[in-house]
Design a protein around this ligand. Structure first.
Ligand code: ADP
Ligand code: MG
Length: 304
């Protein structure tokens, strides 16, 4: 059983390039791009391209952006058995304002149909979760829904990965349901009394995160790499040294999580899975976009 299931949201990323207007101001923008987004969706695309047999669990509206989601999954080998269609809500969108000159952004995400995922939807996706060897999710879906899905996974001996993004307060009962907890530096800092920026910080605070009750901690550290820690083992994997080729790091964490889940699904030992994810995510930063920047399995196999 090498199946992967991912729960999360899809939103259409509506990116406006130009100066970011102040409150009350109207400006003429320079460029506009629409593309697929949402952490769970990006992670599913990453997994599909990395070669996983992946099913995405989400909800979209019956509209053009919903069609864009389905087209994306068809092109990237993502299963859509549990991509539910809402009669009431439209597909989620994110308004992304980007100033290329300053690198600043301002983002407003409206999860739409995906924000209306319910416990009943998860029950309808139950077989997909229980037939998986790995279940991966984030915190963009309502937390009670995430928690219900993690419970089903754990009750059926499915290995779980929680990418706690965006960071949010969790009931303490939730942590023991998590096999791999994969925050980035900012998200990791949210769960401890301290701040994580460097590898040394990650080493210093890893035990405190483990003490929350998760089995394994894997902190991604952007251009520094990733740090893994559990009761018996620790490992630091430096990021690919590609500084002069990096053009867009948005979606790097999604690339990492989707690839990590894929490698674990294949039964690879954790350190090997981290190397695979690190390589996959590194390459994704050399291309513009989130879902559209994911490399293919063939590229990674060639590099490794
Ligand atoms: N500048 C970079 N150079 C090489 N690899 C990178 C770079 N930025 C990110 N990565 C890779 O992507 C992973 C996730 O990036 P990170 O920024 O930690 O996640 P997020 O996108 O959630 O903030 C890193 O652990 C690393 O493997
Ligand atoms: Mg980052």
């Amino acid at each position: 059983m090498n199946n992967l299931s991912i729960l999360g949201i899809f939103v259409a990323d509506l990116a406006f390039f130009g100066k970011i207007p102040k409150v009350g101001e109207t400006i003429l923008g320079k460029e506009f791009v629409v593309g697929p987004g949402g952490k769970g969706s990006n992670q599913s695309v990453a997994a599909g391209k990395a070669g996983a047999s992946v099913e995405f669990i989400t909800k979209i509206g019956k509209d053009d952006y919903g069609k864009m989601a389905l087209k994306t999954y068809k092109e990237t080998n993502v299963g859509t058995k549990n991509v539910f269609e809402s009669d009431e809500y439209s597909t989620g969108v994110a308004a992304i304002l980007l100033d290329k000159e300053t690198g600043q952004n301002a983002i407003s995400v409206v999860p739409g149909a995906a924000g209306a995922l319910t416990i009943k939807d998860i029950d309808n996706a139950r077989d997909t979760i229980t037939n998986s060897s790995i279940f991966l999710t984030q915190l963009e879906v309502p937390i009670d829904v995430v928690s219900h899905a993690l419970k089903i996974a754990k009750e059926n001996n499915v290995t779980t990965i929680l990418n706690p993004a965006p960071a949010a307060k969790l009931e303490k009962e939730m942590f023991p349901l998590v096999d791999y907890f994969t925050p980035n530096e900012t998200e990791a800092s949210f769960y401890i009394d301290g701040e994580i920026n460097t590898v040394d910080d990650a080493k210093k605070y890893a035990q405190s995160i483990l003490d929350l009750g998760v089995k394994n901690v894997l902190i991604t550290l952007g251009e520094k790499g990733a740090y893994f820690f559990n009761q018996d083992q620790s490992h630091f994997e430096p990021a690919l040294d590609i500084t002069n080729q990096v053009v867009d790091t948005s979606g790097a964490g999604d690339a990492f999580n989707g690839a990590l889940a894929t490698a674990l699904c294949e039964g690879r030992p954790i350190v090997e899975a981290i190397k695979f994810a690190n390589c996959f995510a590194g390459i994704s930063t050399t291309r513009i976009g989130t879902a559209n920047s994911m490399p293919t399995r063939a590229e990674i196999d060639k590099m490794m």
